[in-house]
Design a protein around this ligand. Structure first.
Ligand code: TUI
Length: 322
């Protein structure tokens, strides 16, 4: 099977998570220049915003990059047209089944890597021509499925013959090493890149990630069919309370949620805004450049391989030092 680095023309098999309103040309080009695959998150944006970010990335890097299409975006059809016109090298998709777009993207020479949250969707997108899949567990931030990364990745790896990229809960070299052990051949990392020096998210958002503990995220919106992992704050508590007391909370949640991600990302309102984050936020303690993060993570992963291989070969009865 082709490696993720060969498939994408990158140095490290790491894809930057597509964080709506956050992952713009600045973050994407920083990750690509550092040897990973930077991603512009199109979220709910319109096609012309996406074109303008693509053109900025082209100015800021000569390395491969990608655009994520969030399939709930009402502008998704037009975004796909722009991606083809601009000859974007790689597309990732999220929050749905991208089946109807795969043939068109492939005909434009674009590599297609859908995010999947189930084995069934992984098989379907492989049949439709996907080049790889990102198997994302519910530890991730933003829109999530049900399965955990630990359970999902090996099952997807057994079910398909294309590379599997693990996502959800990965924030350091230990996570990368673990993903490899589960059958992945690359990783997607979102939450850690939120605090990259090149990430333009508000100061308050970054500080909330850096201060977060393991138990600080919660999933809101399960009752509406659009579950979203966020850091606990006033908005999250209001949505959870609403879901408990109302039989049909969807309309009210929609009202509360409108503009909430933008408010947290751009205006720094981390009280009434939506602070999407993965569970791994508790591990993230400092700002670094994207390059420092990537190099540190892969160095750690390589060291763990050496160390843990000895433990595995020796068996449980022999201690690590023995
Ligand atoms: O897409 C994401 N995460 C996102 S998108 C986003 S923007 C947004 N803003 C407000 C409300 C809702 C979204 C924020 N975070 N991650 C990729 C992902 N996709 N995770 C899980 C899935 C997924 C889930 C179910 C993919 C496919 C799926 O099944 C669809 C089907 O038809 O089988």
């Amino acid at each position: 099977m082709v490696s993720v680095c060969e498939l994408l023309g990158i140095k490290y098999p790491i894809i930057q998570g597509a964080m709506a309103w956050i992952a713009d040309a600045y973050l994407a080009s920083a990750v690509s220049n550092a040897g990973g695959l930077g991603i512009i998150a199109s979220g709910n944006a319109d096609a012309e915003w996406v074109r303008s970010e693509i053109r900025k990335v082209k100015e800021m890097t000569d390395k491969p990059y990608g655009v994520n299409v969030m399939l709930l975006n009402p502008h998704a059809d037009a975004v796909i047209d722009v991606i083809c016109e601009e000859k974007v090298p790689v597309v990732t998709t999220g929050a749905g089944n991208p089946g109807k777009y795969i043939a068109k993207l492939k005909s434009c020479g674009i590599k297609v890597i859908p995010v999947v949250a189930s084995v069934a969707l992984a098989i379907r997108v492989e049949r439709a021509g996907a080049d790889a899949v990102i198997a994302e567990g519910q530890e991730g931030g933003g829109h999530v499925g049900e399965a955990t990364t630990m359970a999902l990745v090996p099952q997807v790896a057994d079910a398909v013959n294309i590379p599997v990229i693990a996502a959800g809960g990965i924030g350091d070299g230990r996570g990368i090493a673990a993903a490899y052990m589960l059958g992945a051949s690359g990783v997607q990392v979102g939450t850690r890149f939120l605090v990259a020096k090149e990430c333009t998210v508000s100061r308050n958002y970054k500080d909330m990630i850096i201060k977060a503990k393991d138990s600080d995220t919660v999933v809101t919106g399960r009752s509406t069919g659009h579950p979203v992992r966020v850091l606990k704050n006033k908005l999250a508590r209001e949505i959870l309370a609403l879901e408990k007391r109302s039989a049909d909370p969807a309309a009210e949640i929609e009202k509360l949620g409108t503009g909430a991600l933008r408010a947290a990302v751009k205006d720094g309102d981390v009280v009434n805004g939506s602070v999407m984050s993965g569970q791994i936020a508790g591990l993230i303690k400092k700002e670094q450049t994207a390059k420092e993060m990537i190099e540190e993570m892969f160095k750690e992963a390589a060291e763990i391989y050496e160390d843990r291989a000895t433990i595995c070969r020796s068996g449980c009865s022999i201690s690590r030092d023995g």
